[in-house]
Design a binder for this molecule. Structure first.
Ligand SMILES: Nc1ncnc2c1ncn2[C@@H]1O[C@H](COP(=O)(O)OP(=O)(O)OP(=O)(O)O)[C@@H](O)[C@H]1O
Ligand SMILES: [Mg+2]
Length: 342
């Protein structure tokens, strides 16, 4: 098993990757963000149609970048859960057809498992350390996971309401900063004062998170400033910085405590929000203090990409896993759901 093809179409990124063993030779990502920006969020049917249009040109681009022919592919890994059903089935159907035509094995990968492996994409030559503690912070998830081995995960806690990325996107919408909101809030926050507004840090027991109270607090402040005619550019910068700081504080506090509590020497931060510059800088300092190794993927591997799916699939294929042609797509699927019908 030399070359693995990865396919990711769970949301609004169409992506194809080629790995040789654990080394990434190509990871092409076509984002649909511009398309969905006009509606202020992802429109599922539009996302699925874009995947139909773009998947095969991107597959060709990935093969060209890797410098190989389609017939050299030895196995295929495809995201089949969780995600938008219409979007998932485009990638899944393509993966099955390719596997059928090439007579190669394929596996279905949980998108969240892909995010977990993204932390190690740039280190193909070193062992993946187990156990490690993963903080998944993406558009749809905020979870603390203890990774005990390949495919062996314990979900410690998740958000009770909004995901961190969702909170960034909703706050950005409130401030009319466009979609997706995370990168823009990150940029505006650099010019703002994180102490200008004191937003609440939710006190949630255990390894869980909550961001809906924070979102409401920002809305109230925006309404108050609007009523006073004081919602100027500086106020928006300060709101962004103060909101971002509240999210960062919550994430760092829980993730570092969990890593210590479970004796995990390595902490990974993965998913789109892991690209946040304040989170990265402050998490680095906190981990140094706590004596933890910190792994955060480069920004292009924080957000959705097929390389992480191919890497997760690589270990499943190595363990002998093979999917059947009746493999289905699932909108909801927790990490570690290996009892799924395959
Ligand atoms: N620099 C940043 N700061 C904060 N948030 C960011 C940044 N860059 C991206 N994001 C956020 O990351 C999210 C997208 O991440 P990702 O692609 O991993 O999510 P998703 O795939 O839509 O969700 P999931 O993986 O849970 O299914 C968006 O909510 C976006 O606003
Ligand atoms: Mg994702």
């Amino acid at each position: 098993m030399r070359y693995i093809l990865g396919i990711e179409t769970s949301c609004d990124e169409t992506s194809v990757a080629v790995l040789e063993g654990r080394a990434t030779h190509a990871s092409i990502v076509a984002s649909q963000a511009d398309l969905h920006a006009q509606w202020g969020g992802v429109v599922p049917e539009a996302a699925a149609r874009q995947h139909v249009e773009r998947l095969h040109p991107i597959l060709q681009q990935a093969l060209d970048t890797a410098g190989i022919e389609l017939r050299q592919i030895d196995a295929i890994a495809v995201t089949n859960r969780p995600g938008l059903i219409g979007a998932l089935v485009v990638g899944l159907a393509a993966a099955k057809s390719l596997a059928f035509a090439l007579r190669v094995p394929f596996v279905g990968v949980n998108h969240l498992e892909g995010h977990l492996y993204s932390a190690f994409l740039t280190e193909p030559d070193s062992d993946i350390p187990f156990p490690h503690l993963a903080l998944i912070v993406s558009g749809g998830h905020t979870e603390l996971v203890l990774a005990r081995g390949h495919g062996d995960y314990q979900l410690l806690g998740h958000t009770l309401d909004d995901a961190a990325g969702e909170a960034f996107d909703k706050t950005a919408r409130l401030l009319q900063l466009g979609y997706p909101g995370g990168p823009e809030i990150d940029r505006r926050a650099r010019q703002g004062d994180p102490n200008a507004f004191r937003f609440p840090r939710a006190q949630v027991a255990g390894w869980r998170f909550s961001f809906s109270g924070l979102k409401t607090a920002v809305r109230r402040e925006v309404e108050r400033l609007q009523a006073q005619g004081a919602l100027n550019a500086q106020a928006v910068d300060d709101l962004c910085a103060s909101f971002q700081q509240a999210v960062v504080d919550a994430l760092i506090e829980k993730a570092v405590s969990a890593a210590r509590a479970y004796g995990a020497p390595t902490l990974t931060v993965v998913g789109g929000v892991a690209a946040n510059s304040a989170l990265q800088a402050q998490m680095r300092t906190a981990c140094q203090r706590a004596g933890l190794n910190l792994k955060i993927p480069p920004p292009n591997y924080c957000t959705d990409n097929a390389a992480m799916i191919a890497l997760a699939g690589y270990f499943r294929l190595l363990a002998g896993e093979r999917a059947a042609y009746d493999l289905d797509a699932y909108a909801n699927a927790p990490l570690g759901d290996d009892s799924r019908p395959q």
